[in-house]
Design a protein around this ligand. Structure first.
Ligand code: ADP
Length: 320
């Protein structure tokens, strides 16, 4: 405490959005910041969850239209931008496909191809109508249902950064199921050190990333999947096929000051595959950096984090 000259700290473990979360804050008002962060997580979870029939998203999906809160409106808007920028790799209308695979209720099965073809034909987001004045959303067709699971946690972590800022804590960290966002430097002034999981060896890690004021968000097929007839099927869907993305990439970590963007792009670049992902980075290198880990163990990192990523693995390629 203050009397002993130690930095005040507070931390909290929360289970929400289907995952374990930790919030930590340091400095004056850290307790207040952690309390507010927990409230915010629970509020957003209730609002955005497709699993609860009374959430805003579920109501929108049932009715096909509706007036939503500012947060939901903002997330749909950002998702539509990402849909355009990623050439359709990021597509929040993926919910019916998630359901067909059983990812919504753990009733896993491989759907038949005709069913998937039909479902992806209803996923054209260009038909969604947004009214910025009233926050009214109109989905593109009766079949369309949206799922913000590819972006909601990143948005939540960026909202917690806003809380840290308004509470004037010195530094803080939130980890939402392994997706991390960092506020400031650590209490001793040094950078945070974030372990990047090794998707090819889950008991170890692929490297350590040093960062301040950044979101570090990973998407990988190894996080949520099932097996049928000796084949693994994971939960990140290529909207062009309706099947889980399968392109040699095992995980994508995005490093960005914008948590919402980082979350959306980790899903998108995972779907694009290495070559398209690196091209996309070259066109947007001001906005983010990335660590790509391949099935064969090779690692690609982008120039901006060259000096911040430490690994003992031999095959690291730096993309400039
Ligand atoms: P996690 O939530 O496990 O960290 P991701 O951030 O990679 O994983 O998001 C995966 C989630 O994103 C899926 O559970 C699903 O809700 C949603 N999703 C799957 N495919 C797509 C896609 N092509 N575009 C947008 N969202 C997707």
């Amino acid at each position: 405490d203050e009397a002993s000259g130690e930095v005040l700290s507070a931390s909290r473990d929360i289970f929400a959005m289907d995952t374990y979360m930790t919030v930590e804050a340091y400095g004056d008002h850290c307790q207040e910041a952690v309390d507010q962060a927990e409230e915010e997580i629970l509020r957003l979870d209730q609002m955005l969850s497709t699993g609860s029939i009374s959430s805003e998203i579920s109501k929108l999906n049932q009715d096909g239209y509706g007036t939503v809160s500012r947060d939901t409106f903002y997330l749909i808007q950002r998702s539509l931008e990402l849909y355009q920028e990623t050439d359709g790799a990021f597509n929040i209308a993926v919910y019916p496909v998630m359901r067909a695979w059983g990812f919504t209720d753990q009733n896993y099965k491989v759907p038949d191809e005709t069913e998937l073809k039909k479902l992806i034909s209803d996923m054209d987001l260009t038909g969604v109508v947004l009214d910025e004045k009233t926050y009214r959303v109109q989905l593109a067709n009766d079949e369309m249902e949206i799922d913000l699971g590819g972006i909601a946690k990143g948005y939540t972590s960026s909202r917690i950064m806003d809380i840290f800022k308004s509470c004037k804590v010195e530094s803080g960290m939130v980890s939402l199921g392994g997706n991390v966002q960092l506020y400031g430097a650590k209490a001793d002034g040094s950078s945070w050190r974030v372990a990047i999981e090794d998707p090819n060896n889950l008991s170890g890690y692929a490297g350590i990333l040093e960062a301040k004021n950044r979101a570090v968000i990973t998407s990988g097929g190894y996080e949520r999947y099932f097996e049928q007839d000796g084949k693994e099927y994971h939960h990140i869907i290529d909207p062009k096929t309706g099947y889980p993305a399968d392109n040699g990439l095992k995980s994508v970590t995005i490093v960005s000051a914008d948590g919402t963007l980082a979350d959306g792009l980790s899903t998108s670049l995972f779907i694009m595959g290495k070559d398209r992902a690196l091209e996309f980075w070259q066109a947007h290198s001001e906005e983010f950096d990335a660590v790509l880990i391949m099935e064969d163990g090779s690692i690609y990192i982008t120039e901006g984090i060259e000096n911040d990523f430490q690994t003992e693995q031999k095959s690291v390629i730096v993309r400039k």
